[in-house]
Ligand binder design. Structure first.
Ligand SMILES: [Zn+2]
Length: 150
């Protein structure tokens, strides 16, 4: 993971973005395969975040939305996070990281692409193998047991 050198003169931003994208996709993949792979997914996200930070790359908002600010977990509703809808004048989604309890308030924007749509689109662009595992995109926290501690 350290092949990306910020000191290189011939720094390739496109490559860097691809790397970030790859790490992000990988995090989704491991969680899709096994929801208990939280640590591995976090490792990918942490690497992704670290690289982005080091290289001062702007992250896609849809990526930011799904990363825990505190512990770098990949936040997937019903898997690694719980969501709760809030309605005032505007609609919010409050996402809570199950690993560390960090809350994230997201404004519901109907124009926003869900990560799944985006991820799929990207996968199709890359024309990777036919590994379309229709990610169980559960938007309901169902019976997530709230918290371990506050
Ligand atoms: Zn967290």
């Amino acid at each position: 993971l350290t092949t990306l050198s910020a000191h290189s003169n011939k720094f390739n931003y496109k490559e860097a973005y691809q790397r970030l994208n790859y790490l992000y996709q990988a995090a989704h993949c491991v969680l899709a395969q096994n929801p208990e792979n939280v640590e591995l997914a976090r490792f990918y996200c942490f690497s992704q975040k670290t690289i982005a930070k080091r290289l001062v790359l702007r992250q896609d908002p849809s990526v930011k939305r799904t990363l825990c600010k505190r512990c770098c977990s990949l936040l997937i509703p019903g898997v690694t996070a719980t969501t709760r809808q809030k309605r005032n004048k505007t609609r919010f989604t409050v996402m809570r990281c199950l690993s560390c309890g960090q809350r994230k308030t997201l404004l519901n924007n109907p124009d926003y692409c869900l990560w799944a749509d985006r991820a799929e689109a990207q996968l199709e662009q890359q024309k990777q193998k036919d590994t379309k595992n229709d990610g169980s995109q559960t938007s309901k926290p169902s019976s997530a047991p709230g918290a371990t501690s506050t």
